[in-house]
Design a protein around this ligand. Structure first.
Ligand code: MN
Length: 459
């Protein structure tokens, strides 16, 4: 509830402008500077800040990592990493400073690692992030090392780096499980795992394992269980956000067992001559409707799986990847509209993107808090005096009808969010409050609490 810090950037004023930008993004729901800024002077100030050499993606990532490092203490954390692409199709001349991304359009890549609580599904924050473009500047192919495929190697490095940084920044967690989709399935990723984290990766390649091939191994196992699950398929490209995606019910079988990955025969992978022992959890849709390709997940993990319940938990962990997809949507056209930015210079664009990542996570947290369940209000308000003040303010906002009363358990996060929503202008009727209402409500609540304490002589 306090201001969102992006960093200090060598100067108090730079720190304040960073907070002004990210809060403006959350409030306006836009990464377009003109919309996020509260006027012409602010727009100019933020424009200068974006181009300031002292303002860097690295400092923003480190600041976010420190914040999440405190929030994860004692919990089981999924460190979910993935890459998203921002492209500027048909704008080759304007974005000449960027390398080619998809389909030769200029663009760049954002690779965050987010921390999600494995038990509650809460998005706790950003543990690490890298932003880069191909083939220019620092990312240009290094011609002195001829036998490497530079782009590919630099881009696979991000996954290893993401796991290494998660191990550092999430060190206070009880357990850290680094989750990746099929792009994370390369041998060096398993060979370089920091000893304090586990890995969970969807397999892409039919690898050599001791005694045969990976894909055939699971086929030889007996199914351990069968369940009905519901999944919402990803929206196909070209489908607008108004077009509903129908949830898909499916019947799946699960198999699990251990495998030992053989090191690849050649290449530059650091020699790890011993096979790597992993658990393979295989989930496959059975009785899929005709004409539809059945869902098939092969999950490789360093987690030990002793029982069928353990195996389902691995599947649940993997399904929590929807959280990073939600963050990407919140940054792009469904949310802040980062792909519509008019910022062209690379340093500015990367700074703006990192701020948008922090703003997207904050927006999702504000919406989540609305239905915060039984989590305590102390997640966002950390002392008793402030909770007393919130309670007094909340009472004054309740109306006579049942609908106008706070329905949530006293002093839960949902209870506090209800008060914030009312202060943000929500009228208890119609649809639930959106992110803008929630953000403005939290700001109002903060001011009211300080005013209340001042009046009581608590300050
Ligand atoms: Mn991916």
């Amino acid at each position: 509830m306090s201001e969102i810090r992006l960093g200090y950037f060598g100067d108090r004023r730079n720190g304040a402008t960073g907070s002004e930008l990210v809060e403006g993004m959350v409030r306006s729901g836009s990464a377009v500077v003109r919309k996020a800024a509260t006027g012409r002077a602010a727009e100019v100030r933020i424009g200068r800040w974006l181009g300031n050499a002292a303002v860097t993606v690295e400092e923003m990532a480190a600041t976010a990592a420190r914040r999440v490092g405190r929030a994860v203490a004692g919990r089981t954390i999924l460190a979910i990493q993935d890459t998203t692409t921002i492209t500027f199709r048909g704008q080759e001349a304007e974005y000449a400073g960027l390398g080619q991304a998809n389909d030769k359009a200029p663009g760049f890549f954002i690779h965050p690692t987010i921390a999600v609580d494995a038990e509650t599904d809460h998005l706790l924050g950003v543990a690490h992030a890298e932003i880069w473009t191909r083939g220019t500047g620092a990312d240009a192919p290094d011609r002195s090392r001829r036998n490497q495929r530079p782009v590919e190697q630099k881009e696979t490095r991000r996954w290893i780096e993401g796991a290494a940084r998660a191990a550092e920044t999430l060190a206070e967690a009880a357990q850290v499980i680094v989750v990746a989709d099929r792009e994370g399935d390369f041998y060096a990723n398993f060979a370089s795992r920091p000893p304090t984290v586990d890995l969970l990766v969807r397999a892409m390649h039919d690898r050599s394992i001791v005694g045969g091939k990976l894909f055939a191994a699971a086929d030889a196992w007996r199914p351990a269980d069968r369940r009905d699950i519901t999944a919402t398929p990803p929206r196909p490209t070209g489908m607008s956000k108004k077009q509903r995606r129908t949830p898909r019910h499916m019947e799946v079988e699960i198999r699990f067992g251990t495998v030992a990955l053989r090191p690849p025969g050649s290449g530059n992978v650091k020699a790890a001559s011993e096979p790597i022992g992993l658990t393979l959890v295989d989930v496959r849709e059975v009785n899929a409707a005709p004409g539809r390709s059945p869902v098939r997940w092969r999950l490789l993990t360093t987690l030990a799986v002793a029982t069928v319940e353990d195996a389902w938990r691995v599947v649940d962990h993997y399904r929590r990847r929807w959280r990073i997809e939600q963050v990407f949507r919140a940054m792009k056209s469904d949310g802040l509209g980062l792909n519509r930015t008019q910022v062209r210079d690379r340093h500015r664009l990367f700074n703006l993107s990192m701020a948008a990542l922090v703003a997207a996570v904050r927006t999702i947290q504000l919406v989540d808090a609305r239905s915060g369940g039984s989590r305590p209000a102390t997640d966002v308000l950390d002392d008793e005096d402030r909770l007393d003040a919130a309670e007094a303010i909340g009472k004054s906002l309740e109306g006579k009808t049942e609908r106008q009363k706070n329905p949530h358990p006293r002093r839960s996060l949902a209870w506090l969010s209800w008060i914030a929503a009312r202060l943000g202008g929500w009228h208890c009727y119609y649809k639930p409050p959106g992110p803008k209402t929630m953000h403005s409500g939290w700001e109002h609540l903060n001011q009211r609490i300080e005013g209340y304490r001042l009046a009581r002589g608590d300050l």
